[in-house]
Ligand binder design. Structure first.
Ligand code: GDP
Length: 280
């Protein structure tokens, strides 16, 4: 999806429609970029609706920084946990946070004499953050509750995922923020925005600058290069190119190849577990 204003308006309208159906919202953030993958519009749209934040892809993020992010977000007053949708780590805790967040609502229902009403939740987040993977994991083999309008294929479905808890089987897609170039490039580096709407060289330069600043040893070890204090993103690119034998005919370094390779190795966490956003 290309995010033009028209798309954002449509996504917003859809999200507002979905929000009306649920009691609790789970916002998935990418644990590598919690600050860049959070969408402040959600808070506006959700109003007073209880919100739980889950930092997904914790297996790809720097564990020390993830702890710091959890603390920071908790201090901001939002229930938060970290999860890994592939192994299911943290998902149980997420469910108990949802139940806890819903308690004021269920108590209100009880006071009104409403019994046996299920709490309904939905998963929202920017593209590629893992919404569908989480929904599939939560829904598992559970069959969606039959819709009362047979024949309507696009009908939303509710899935029982725990006692008293129903999940909307369609995720809410939030558009990525384009506030500043750094946010946009962080979203690009982790796969939330498509390759063709950002400059790959800009993304690589920013990535290498941040790696030099925050994770120089890991960078040097992974590529078997030696770093000097005066190294810049550009000199590091050359060192990586030489170390990996990225050369064109005539022995010239093939920078496009370096670009493609390093971005891929970061995005897929082959390089290691890193967090780009600082929890300040
Ligand atoms: P959506 O666009 O938000 O629905 O994202 P998807 O569910 O399609 O996931 C995008 C990619 O991230 C897929 O390749 C998933 O396998 C991967 N993914 C999802 N959750 C995790 C996770 O916790 N850890 C890792 N390493 N990858 C994940």
């Amino acid at each position: 999806i290309q995010w033009f204003p028209g798309h954002m308006t449509k996504a917003r309208r859809m999200m507002e429609g979905q929000l009306r159906l649920v009691d609790v919202v789970v916002e998935l953030l990418d644990a590598r970029i919690p600050g860049s993958s959070i969408n402040p519009m959600l808070r506006q749209m959700a109003g007073n609706k209880p919100r739980v934040i889950a930092l997904n892809k914790m297996d790809m993020a720097d564990p020390v920084k993830t702890e710091a992010w959890l603390l920071k977000l908790k201090q901001g007053g939002v229930p938060v946990c970290s999860i890994d949708c592939h192994t299911g780590k943290g998902v149980k805790q997420m469910i108990s946070l949802v139940k806890e967040a819903a308690r004021p609502i269920t108590e209100k229902w009880l006071k009104k004499g409403v019994k046996n009403r299920d709490v309904r939740l939905m998963i929202v987040g920017v593209p590629n953050v893992g919404k569908s993977t989480l929904i599939n994991r939560l829904a598992g083999q559970v069959k969606a509750i039959a819709s009362d309008r047979p024949g309507v294929t696009k009908q939303k479905q509710w899935v029982n995922i725990a006692r008293g808890l129903q999940l909307l089987d369609t995720p809410g897609v939030l558009w990525p923020k384009f506030e500043d170039p750094e946010t946009g490039l962080h979203l690009a580096l982790t796969g939330a925005v498509k390759d063709d709407i950002y400059d790959r060289r800009d993304a690589l330069v920013l990535l290498l600058q941040e790696m030099l600043k925050k994770y120089p040893q890991q960078l040097a070890m992974f590529y078997h290069i030696t770093l000097e204090p005066e190294d810049t993103a550009e000199t590091v690119m050359e060192k990586i190119g030489a170390a990996r034998g990225c050369v064109k005919a005539g022995g010239v370094l093939d920078m496009n190849k370096v670009e493609q390779m390093v971005l891929y190795e970061f995005k897929t966490a082959k390089m290691g577990r890193f967090t780009l956003d600082e929890p300040i």
